[in-house]
Ligand binder design. Sequence first.
Ligand SMILES: [Fe+2]
Ligand SMILES: [Fe+2]
Length: 272
Amino acid sequence: MEIDRRALFASLGGAAAVAAMSHEAKADALEEAQERALNEAVARNAAAGFPTVAELDAAIETRPIRRGAGSLFYNSNGSNMSRLPAMPEAPDFMDFWRLRWTFQANHCLQSAKLAQDNGLDEELVFACLTHDLVHSLMRADHGHWAGQLFGPYVSERVAFAIRHHAALRHYADDAFGYEYPDLYKRIFGEDFVPPPHMQAEYEQVRAHRWYDAPRLITVNDLYAFDPDARVDIADFTDVIGRQFRQPAEGLGYDASPVAHMWRTIAHPDAPL
Ligand SMILES: [Fe+2]
Ligand SMILES: [Fe+2]
């Protein structure tokens, strides 16, 4: 996939900003740019229509990886893996952000900024900031993986919002100005019908007093990467400090029921 080097540098804040990036961050940025270019190519092709569920199903046998795999476990460009930077002994949220979530960070940051600009409360700004970080570990059923990963460290409402945003994406809601995005016709197929368990989850969440929380993630989710948006994670330091309960032992070492999930993200090269 051809990448416009100048546009890529500009989107990352210029040559000086690129020079200051770690090797890993540069590799991730390149990967993201390639994925974006691929998405744009797919979008151009989609002018002729969206794929069907059957066409997407047929493509399973054309790839070396499953679509649900987390981004830490393969290179979308097919090249060999690079060595990941070492994690500190007691890693915190920001260590994961800097060293393991570089590929998801931009999307989540832009969603959080949009949520903040739209005047959402701080819990929901934080929920937007974290809603897709679990893509590093697992894409399949990512709402539930994300809700579980963050559950022990955030408020119940934040966990609820993250857990259910993935199901709500499939259901339009005029009252919130949420239309079913073309992106999902592309990803899931134009004739995709949510399976019964997702329909049941939607109905349960629809009737819940916190329905607006996951719904507002879908409203502030970004369905197209904005290369012009400049958002800095430093702008959210206070939000993270108030919304995320950092375990003193470090994420992965606090004996919580999800500690192994954090360790897997920290050490995806572990053989077993
Ligand atoms: Fe998501
Ligand atoms: Fe998202």
